[in-house]
Design a protein around this ligand. Sequence first.
Ligand code: BDR
Ligand code: CA
Length: 319
Amino acid sequence: KKRIILDVDTGIDDAVAVLYALLSPDIELVGITTVFGNIEVEQATENTLRLIKLANCGYEVPVAMGAAKPLARHYSGPVPHIHGNNGIGDVELPKSEQKPLEESADDFIIRKAHELPGELIIVPVGRMTNVAAAVQKDPSIAKLINRVVIMGGTVFAPGNVTPVSEANFWGDPEAAAVLFNSELPITVVGLDVTMKVKLTRQHLEQLLQNAPSEKRDVALFLQQSMDRYIQFYGESNGFLGACAMHDPLAVLVAVDPSLVRTQTLKAVIDCGHDLTAGMIITDRRFNSVIGREIDFCLEVEEERSLSQLLSVFAAPAAA
Ligand code: BDR
Ligand code: CA
């Protein structure tokens, strides 16, 4: 099993990633850390606790609350037109008894990196503020962490906030730069691949029909929460009854890197304040000199990724 910390700004696709990670037989979810982004960090934390209750995965998964704002800028605020007023498509999930840890997200990451040397995979699917804060506090963790698999950014595909910047990089470029300038081994699962993995209304309908009884509530939540998200992808990207599985793909790649083809490129993050804020600048020249080597996912096996994702929700709960 892969030992993973998932770092989320629990919006709709984050919720799918959380449920997948909780229910996958290939993952031991060491913990979930939360960050501002799609919504405020308090609401992201609340959503996460409720999703853990919904998944009922059979083991305890600690939640540590993290950053409420970027390292060096203002938080631009939630995006209710994409993720709803509560971040999860305005679906009201039952409240959980579980409380977040007293420990902050960055301290939790540091502690687990030391407890699990060489094993821990961190999957940030929101702004990278928590992971950046952790490496700034304790640079020694860079050599202890097995890999950081980031959802965000883009190399060749268009951005989704500015023409060249993706939301998780645009929302805290300085944090992304801390990771890129560190010694952490990094894989970037960006819009080049995530925009190709599309979940359709038909998938959700089929899932609801086929889900085993113990996972019916999860299937129902997936269908209800994704309704407006699918509408948004139609209006903003011309998708036909489908939405992009950004955050789940990063978790899938952390488990099974063979789903993507990567290219190692030297890269830096633009920390300006205009259209290029958060842009990933890859140095693709023959004699590349700028930046550090990062693995970028450029191609993905869409069908296999989707079926691996859906199979976890359709399979009976592990004994
Ligand atoms: C990323 O931004 C957020 O809206 C999504 O949850 C995803 O992490 C896509 O650009
Ligand atoms: Ca996210």
